[in-house]
Design a protein around this ligand. Structure first.
Ligand code: NAD
Length: 256
């Protein structure tokens, strides 16, 4: 279905981003990976699906590096047809103890990076009159949780930006949407479980159960594969007129 298209997935050396990259590649899309840490392993995993795979080590907190990444996509892949704004970090503390540099980096990586990547790919999408911008927001793009001031502000920002860019492209073949996952068991969440286990002096299994019970009525994690499946739907012709939504995939978290 996506043969000949190129998907750039930010923060795709791990977790949700890698899961989405794999599902898009299964549909035939060429993939540009991005993110820190080992990239050879993820690259080989996606290449095994028979598509062309590139990599950019751009630091998503740096606008100039984002621009270099888009230049690379234009030169080596003929542009970005599908942009998945996924790179993100978390930090947990009450507002009066929240380090200023953590606020700045969360806003830069979780929000401003999506602004920069999106503004840089829209012209190419307009030229082809086809494009998909899919931003990974969160249940925290729809509701708040204590101790996550920067993350919740950034994710609400992503949902707002999604609506605006969807309106600006509404008469074109470009659609812009957000996905709002609940808990997904990735390194980002494992750290929160481990911190809870250490702080409360309880086993990791109990901390995991409590984390789910607190927010997620299904008592189940959403998987990267399921989120990849939703991204594939947004790329399909059935979603040609789905514009500006913030689609929860959260086990009922935000239905409460
Ligand atoms: P993860 O920690 O497994 O992966 C994060 C990815 O982002 C990694 O590839 C990392 O290298 C990359 N990254 C981090 N900082 C970067 C930077 N400055 N420049 C480039 N890449 C950078 O996390 P995840 O759980 O897969 O999260 C992915 C996205 O999904 C995030 O936006 C997160 O907020 C969102 N999300 C996660 C959950 C969850 O429960 N895990 C729930 C809702 C939303």
């Amino acid at each position: 279905m996506l043969n000949g298209k190129t998907a750039l997935v930010t923060g795709s050396t791990s977790g949700i981003g890698l899961g989405i990259a794999l599902e898009l590649a299964k549909q035939g899309a060429n993939i540009i990976l991005n993110g820190f840490g080992d990239h050879a392993g993820p690259k080989a995993e996606v290449e095994a699906l028979g598509v062309k795979v590139g990599y950019s080590g751009a630091d998503m907190s740096k606008p100039a590096e984002i621009a270099t990444m888009i230049d690379y996509a234009n030169a080596e892949f003929g542009g970005v047809d599908i942009l998945v704004n996924n790179a993100g970090i978390q930090y947990v503390a009450p507002i009066e103890e929240f380090p200023i540099e953590k606020w700045d980096s969360i806003i830069a990586i979780n929000l401003s990076a999506a602004f920069h990547a999106t503004r840089l790919v829209i012209p190419g999408m307009r030229a082809k009159n086809w494009g998909r911008v899919i931003s990974i927001a969160s249940a925290h793009g729809l509701v708040g949780s204590a101790q996550k001031v920067a993350y919740v502000a950034a994710k609400h920002g992503i949902v707002g930006m999604t609506k605006v860019v969807a309106l600006e492209t509404a008469t074109t073949g470009i659609t812009v949407n957000a996905i709002c996952p609940g808990w997904v068991l990735t390194p980002l969440v494992q750290k929160q479980i481990d911190d809870r286990s250490a702080k409360e002096g309880i086993p990791v299994a109990q901390a995991t159960k409590e984390l789910l019970q607190e927010k997620e009525p299904s008592l189940q994690f959403t998987t990267p594969e399921q989120l990849g499946g939703l991204a594939v739907f947004f790329c399909s012709p059935a979603a040609d007129n789905v514009r500006g939504v913030a689609w929860a995939n959260d086990g009922g978290w935000t239905a409460q």
